[in-house]
Design a protein around this ligand. Structure first.
Ligand code: URA
Length: 422
């Protein structure tokens, strides 16, 4: 077998056998196949796709390229988001469902996004520790139903190496590569049920609905091959989620949401994803699960679990520093907001220092943007549109205002939950 023949076979549109995929991944990991050859291979997949069978085989090979975690619980529910601007959902959902008896043993990333990943966000709570031994992790899940850390163990090394290459070779947006990357990691981390928040729109990994449905259906198929309960919730990511974008600002919004005082869209998303997680985790109907989720969102039990969780991981919830330097941006005219470009708001937050361009960049947890309005709202000229929290790095009013569009007539509020594929 030879990588050139494999690339050639793919180029001709022929299906690859599991042995050929195994050969490619093994030899890329051991350095025999070079980055430029792997890049040609990934580009062929990006252009021509993979069959479902090839994608399932690739996922299995990636999954078995490293360790897999057995946490010793048989009812762990994991939630994954494909990433979006202002996405602080995990910080609300994890304690909320844990307060209902669902076990959440989660590994999250720092991410190269416009703001940090969940781990960075949690570190904006003073003292919050995001690493611990496997023994402590298991004990915490057993004691209080929830633990969340950065990556542990050598899970899916094949994804680490190929994802880094995809990132610099324009092959991140291939549906079969995304599916095998996400699913191999979810399967390796020991959950029995998986809920995926698949974002669709301008601020998301996948911008078209057709592609999102294709991705959801192959991920569900892969999950079922491993006897996992799995649901993919397709959600709109054309405008930022909630009002806050930036690490500590998002944590504060997440905490307010757990107190029942969150933005409508975030609250709605939490209820929808939480319903799936609780229904799978407790083996109850979605109707019953939804009632339980709403109850603990509004009776303070979800927030109490957040406090317990924060203390268990060394954090002080009363200390979440936010920059004192603020600048208010006002509406330039009267009208209905017809769009707030999530991607642009994300890029501006990163420019303020809230996110990374390369994995070694330092991020400023205290900066970001807090919107006062969402798409569909009516604003009067001079009214506050948003507040910028900044330190050394600044952004201009023009840069921010170019992310907004206004309309004279009424604009319908976008639908957040687009579809649920199971
Ligand atoms: N997130 C992942 O984990 N993998 C991808 O390929 C894309 C997004």
């Amino acid at each position: 077998m030879d990588i050139l023949d494999i690339i050639d076979k793919k180029e001709k549109g022929e299906k690859l056998t599991k042995e050929e995929l195994q050969y490619t991944i093994d030899n890329y990991l051991n350095g025999t196949i070079k980055d430029y050859q792997m890049s040609a291979f990934l580009t062929e997949i990006d252009l021509l796709g993979l069959s479902d069978e090839e994608t399932i085989n690739l996922t299995d090979i990636m999954l078995k390229s490293g360790e897999t975690l057995d946490l010793g619980f048989d009812n762990i529910v994991d939630k994954h988001s494909t990433g979006g601007v202002g996405d602080k959902t995990t910080i609300v959902l994890a304690p909320l469902v844990a307060s209902l008896g669902v076990k959440v043993a989660k590994m999250s990333g720092r991410g190269l996004g416009h703001t940090g990943g969940t781990i960075d966000k949690l570190e904006s709570i003073e003292g919050f520790k995001t690493s611990m031994t496997l023994e402590k992790f298991k004990k915490q899940v057993s004691d209080i139903n929830i633990a969340l850390v950065g990556q542990m163990g050598n899970l899916v090394p094949a994804d680490k190496k190929t994802y880094a290459l995809r990132d610099v070779t324009g092959t991140v947006d291939s549906i079969p590569l995304i599916a095998s990357s996400i699913m191999s990691k979810k399967l390796a981390s020991g959950a029995s049920s998986i809920v995926i928040d698949l974002k669709v729109g301008s601020g998301a990994l996948v911008s078209s609905l057709d592609e999102a449905k294709e991705l959801a259906s192959i991920m569900v198929k892969i999950g079922k091959c491993y006897n996992k309960k799995i649901a993919c919730v397709l959600t709109n990511m054309d405008e930022p989620l909630g009002y806050a974008v930036g690490n500590s600002l998002e944590v504060i919004e997440a905490i307010n949401t757990l107190k029942g005082k969150g933005p409508k869209d975030l609250t709605n998303l939490v209820i929808n994803l939480g319903t799936q997680m609780v229904s799978m985790g407790l083996n109850i109907s979605e109707k019953e699960a939804e009632e339980k989720v709403k109850e603990n969102l509004y009776n303070g039990k979800g927030y109490e679990k957040m406090l317990e969780w924060t203390i268990a991981q060394g954090g002080n919830i009363n200390s979440i520093p936010v920059s004192k330097n603020t600048k208010i941006i006002k509406a330039p005219k009267d009208g209905y907001i017809s769009s707030i470009n999530a991607l642009e708001i994300g890029k501006l937050s990163r420019k303020l220092g809230a996110g990374r361009l390369t994995k070694d960049d330092e991020i400023d947890l205290t900066v970001g943007i807090v919107l006062n309005h969402k798409v569909g709202d009516y604003v009067k000229k001079g009214e506050t549109l948003l507040t910028v929290f900044y330190n050394e790095k600044e952004i201009t009013d023009e840069e921010i205002l170019s992310s907004f569009k206004f309309n004279d007539s009424v604009i319908e509020k976008p639908k957040l939950i687009i579809d649920i594929i199971k």
